[in-house]
Design a protein around this ligand. Sequence first.
Ligand code: ADP
Ligand code: MG
Length: 256
Amino acid sequence: MAKTLCIANQKGGVGKTTTTVNLAAGLAKLGQRVLLVDLDPQGNATMGSGIDKREVELSVYDVLLESATVKEAAVKADKCGYDVLSANRELAGAEVELVQLAHRDRRLRAALALVDADYDFVLIDCPPSLSMLTLNGLCSAHGVIVPMQCEYFALEGLTDLVNTIKQVHANLNKELKITGLLRVMFDPRITLQTQVSDQLKAHFGNKVFDTVIPRNVRLAEAPSYGLPGVVFDPSAKGSQAYVEFARELVRRAPTL
Ligand code: ADP
Ligand code: MG
């Protein structure tokens, strides 16, 4: 059975997409079968996996509207070692179209159930909002990975997300929990970051992943080559950290 994990945080620019593509590539390196689902109309995870969002014939949009199955719409990201259910601008319209449909928040879940045996991990890159798209992600998942920067307002932003996860857990998806908080873009030379990191650990205990992702320019350069950092420059510190994170996740998988 596949472990389905959402990478979510309603803030933009916190490293969701970078985490999704690099974790997918890291897990693939470890021999795991991975499906990446791009739920953000910006399609950054799609492009960052080397798939041109303007050229895909079927995307997650078609899956949400039930005009295609995941099997039909998923494509191989050849150089990355995982499959991608892609996204493009069309997905922005799904938000409105879904409102009128039955089981509008369970569409992705139902579609993913059909490929459950084909993957070890399904990673869902969520948009920076708590929208119907994110809700579809949360309803499909066993857990949520929350990438966060160790900055002053980090904890504040977390409250809304934690409340949403609690509500989804109570009303829509009993399985859902916070898998863990992932510290990203970390710079240990900045005292404040170390302080916030310590606060996070004090507050959330073992819900904070051991692995810390450093700020690393190679991770930021990789998307312009259509590759995750892990594939673009495996020896970079950031890439190694994401592979280590993949290992941590595989280790924890039985409890996820
Ligand atoms: P989100 O998906 O949450 O909006 P992104 O993953 O797109 O965030 O990251 C936002 C920006 O930060 C991007 O330009 C990305 O390349 C950069 N970035 C993400 N993680 C790192 C990192 N560990 N080191 C350096 N730059 C990073
Ligand atoms: Mg993103």
